[in-house]
Ligand binder design. Structure first.
Ligand code: ADP
Length: 312
């Protein structure tokens, strides 16, 4: 039991520490060759970034959510702050300035394939010092959720800043080598197949071929629990405190756009864990949220309310 599971002690169900990006999307008939220019469709700008997505997903479900991120003092930063506030996220901890807002420059071809260039911008300037300065936020959180679109030092400082009563949920995306103390603080580590294989590879371990093997091998490196997401197949959970491996099937849905589904899944999982639910129950809720998110276009725009997934 994490002591901050007592709602009376915790003004926030979930504090998300992570990235906020403007996604700049242009459709093209074909990608330009080096030195070439092609004309594309009208520009569409969406709020994105894994941290910002998770915060919106949680708040839309009804979680009392705060976001600790850094955006630029520019129009993209204002767009991101606006989408957070519209969803009900407390943006008080969001830091503004120091660099332009992070952007993802995305071209989409007629087959739907994306080519993406990310300029991390302000996300790269979210520092360990920013985490230390936000200490009261961590003391008050039931769950802190973090991903890897911010500097690894900042992620490591987040793991160190946790109050004893606070639970850490980490989605190592994009995957990078994780310090042992960060791995050991995860409860759970949330990975898809690619991230599982990458992290086991870095740790010098044979990955194996099944989610059960990945989860078991990852647990051996310190996390208190592991969740492997499996797209349309749902997820697999494993907990060092017992219970073996449990498959959590996803509802069958017509997938329209899977962008940001993993972020919705992780946010829903983190919130429900903070409500004191066992991992299997929280994951069963999270797959419903992930499945709902793939039935609609976009990332943040696709995230459901609790009512839409039939939850109280
Ligand atoms: P990521 O998007 O991070 O690669 P996954 O593809 O495993 O991760 O998807 C994360 C979660 O989103 C899944 O566990 C599931 O709940 C949901 N999801 C993704 N794709 C589908 C799908 N086609 N049908 C139903 N749910 C899906």
């Amino acid at each position: 039991m994490y002591e901050n599971e007592d709602p009376a002690l915790s003004p926030y169900d979930l504090v998300v520490v992570g990235s906020a990006n403007a996604d700049l999307v242009v459709g093209v008939e074909r990608r330009p060759a080096p030195g070439e220019t092609v004309l594309g469709s009208d520009l569409v700008v969406h709020p994105g970034g894994k941290g910002a997505n998770q915060a919106v997903a949680a708040a839309r479900l009804g979680a009392r959510t705060a976001l600790l991120a850094r955006v630029g003092d520019d129009a993209h930063g204002r767009l991101l702050l606006g989408s957070q506030r519209d969803a009900g996220v407390d943006t008080g901890p969001v830091l503004v300035g120091g660099a332009p807002t992070g952007v993802a420059l995305i071209t989409v071809d007629p087959s739907g394939d994306n080519s993406i260039v990310v300029s991390p911008g302000a996300n790269a300037r979210l520092t360990p010092q920013d985490i230390r300065a936000a200490a009261p936020l961590f003391a008050a959180a039931r769950v802190v959720s973090v991903q890897l679109e911010i500097p690894l030092d900042t992620v490591a400082e987040t793991a160190r800043a946790l109050a004893p009563g606070t639970r850490l949920v980490l989605n190592p995306s994009p995957p990078a080598p994780l310090p042992a103390d960060v791995l050991a603080a995860c409860d759970p580590l949330v990975v898809n197949e690619h991230e599982a294989r990458y992290i086991l590879g870095i740790l010098g371990q044979e990955a194996g071929d099944t989610p059960q093997e990945w989860a078991g091998a990852l647990l051996g490196h310190g996390p208190r629990s592991v969740v492997v997401t499996l797209g349309a197949e749902g997820a697999l959970i494993a907990d060092s405190r017992g219970g073996g491996h449990v498959r959590v099937p996803s509802p069958k849905v017509e997938a329209v756009d899977t962008t940001g589904a993993g972020d919705a899944f992780t946010a829903a999982l983190a919130w429900r864990l903070g409500q004191g639910e066992p991992l299997a129950e929280a994951a069963a809720f999270a797959v419903r949220v992930g499945a709902a998110a793939v039935t609609r276009e976009g990332a943040q725009a696709s995230y459901p309310t609790a009512e839409e997934v039939g939850a109280p």
